[in-house]
Design a protein around this ligand. Structure first.
Ligand code: PMP
Length: 430
């Protein structure tokens, strides 16, 4: 990367040290702190397309892409124009707007299981609302979740667990009382659990993208659908990552399964804060004001977030997904080849438009669950991460994150990332 720190330009370190005096750990989302990989984060000044530039003027090719929120690339002209157009008319009203209606309609039309959609402000709010809704609808308390899936900072889903046995909840973090997770059962991913009539809902990442990228094995999602139907439990798809990234209709379209409730975030806000819960009309009508399950939010359906989200969805025509598929295949195979030539053991699991990395010995076997995902060599990932950063490519600072490719990743960018990968993998293998 080219760096040109001029006189009077504050360095990353100066700014991050100051941040740490104002913000716990200097970050507003834990993983950004580089705790897992070592070192300290670059402090961002601006970003455009596939590039991100820090306050020192160093520009990286970016595979973080706001963890999947900016599928069109940073500062895409369509999104920027939509926000600019909207901003002069006020930034939040506390009353309904035409754009929130349009965004809800757009989501419903692309994902037919979502007959009604409620907009909110984050993926975390979506999963916590979905859980409350499922419990309210069924009159049952128990939630089934899968080891290695992540649903944001939702108390009921912050459960310790992960190994081969089904575990009935213990908190996975300080600050969550046992009672909040006592009715949460953690089971292994890719195995259909046997449910009973205590279960309100099963919540699943239809493609797991928080333990690397792990595909659902054949029959898994179908089995969940059937087992939920058998006992009268609701099936919640957490499509915060997969929604409108994996396919025009998300994972539900790709795998031809209808969820009862779907959670969204990221892509539907075009890079602005957003979340949404969608689902069958009879289920969604349990939400207040129609039904007894409370939900509200001062900034929900925000005029800027809905403007950005609509611009993003408008741009995401079916052709764009074909293009994204090709780019992900292209980049992942180039990175795979580069690592192999450099003698760095790594595999790059691809599921549609999503791909991840597994480092070390574990790389030779396909990962199907969290126990297998944890065999990734985290130290090797950290070496690779640092070497990539030194070569001018920004990856997520954690071995279990997906890599995000979008409209900013042109052929030229992909070639440059591949070249950097070879040099970084050579360094990381040494
Ligand atoms: N669900 C999934 C699958 C996620 O990956 C995330 C965040 N990465 C969330 C929920 C939480 O979303 P947010 O960070 O917007 O609260």
């Amino acid at each position: 990367p080219v760096t040109c720190v001029g006189a009077g330009v504050p360095s990353n370190t100066t700014l991050f040290d100051r941040s740490k005096e104002a913000i716990p750990g200097g970050v507003n989302s834990s993983i950004r702190a580089f705790k897992a990989v070592g070192g300290e984060p670059y402090v961002v000044a601006r970003a455009s397309g596939a590039t991100i530039t820090d306050v020192e003027g160093t520009t990286y090719l970016d595979l973080v892409q706001s963890y999947g929120a900016v599928i069109l690339g940073h500062a895409h002209p369509a999104v920027t124009a939509a926000i600019t157009d909207a901003v002069g008319a006020g930034t939040s009203y506390g009353a309904p707007t035409p754009r929130e209606m349009k965004l809800a309609e757009e989501i419903s039309s692309r994902m037919p299981s979502c007959e009604r959609v409620r907009l909110m402000n984050s993926g975390t709010e979506a999963t916590s609302t979905a859980i409350r809704l499922a419990r309210g609808v069924t009159g049952r308390d128990r939630i089934v979740t899968f080891a290695g899936n992540f649903h944001g900072a939702t108390d009921a889903l912050l459960v310790a667990g992960g190994s081969g046995v089904a575990t009935l909840g213990l908190p996975g973090t300080a600050g969550v009382p046992n009672a909040s997770v006592a009715e949460t059962m953690v089971v292994p991913y890719n195995v259909v659990p046997q449910l009973d009539d205590k279960v309100a809902a099963v919540i699943v990442e239809p493609v797991a993208a928080n333990m690397g990228v792990v595909a659902p094995v054949a029959g898994f999602l179908e089995g969940l659908r059937a087992e939920c139907d058998r006992v009268g439990a609701l099936l919640i798809f957490d499509e915060v990552i997969t929604g409108f990234r994996l396919a025009p209709g998300g994972a539900q379209a790709k795998y031809d399964i209808r969820a009862d409730i779907t959670c969204f975030g990221k892509v539907i806000g075009g890079g602005l804060p957003i979340g949404a819960v969608g689902g069958r009309r009879d289920i969604m009508e349990h939400l207040s004001p129609l039904g007894p399950v409370f939900h509200a939010g001062t900034l929900s359906g925000n005029p800027l977030a809905t403007a950005a989200g609509l611009a993003a969805l408008d741009t995401l025509t079916p052709d764009v997904y074909i293009e994204l598929l090709a780019r992900v295949r292209h980049l992942s195979s180039k990175m795979r080849d580069a690592c192999a030539s450099a003698g760095f053991e790594a595999s790059f699991p691809v599921v549609g438009t999503l791909f991840g990395i597994v480092c070390g010995d574990a790389a030779s076997d396909a990962v199907t669950n969290f126990d297998e995902a944890k065999r990734t060599d985290e130290a090797a990932y950290s070496r690779f991460f640092q070497a990539m950063l030194a070569e001018g490519v920004a990856l997520a600072p954690g071995a279990y994150e997906a890599m995000f490719v979008g409209l900013g990743h042109t052929d030229e960018v992909i070639d440059r990332i591949a070249e950097a990968t070879f040099r970084a993998a050579t360094t990381a293998a040494a």
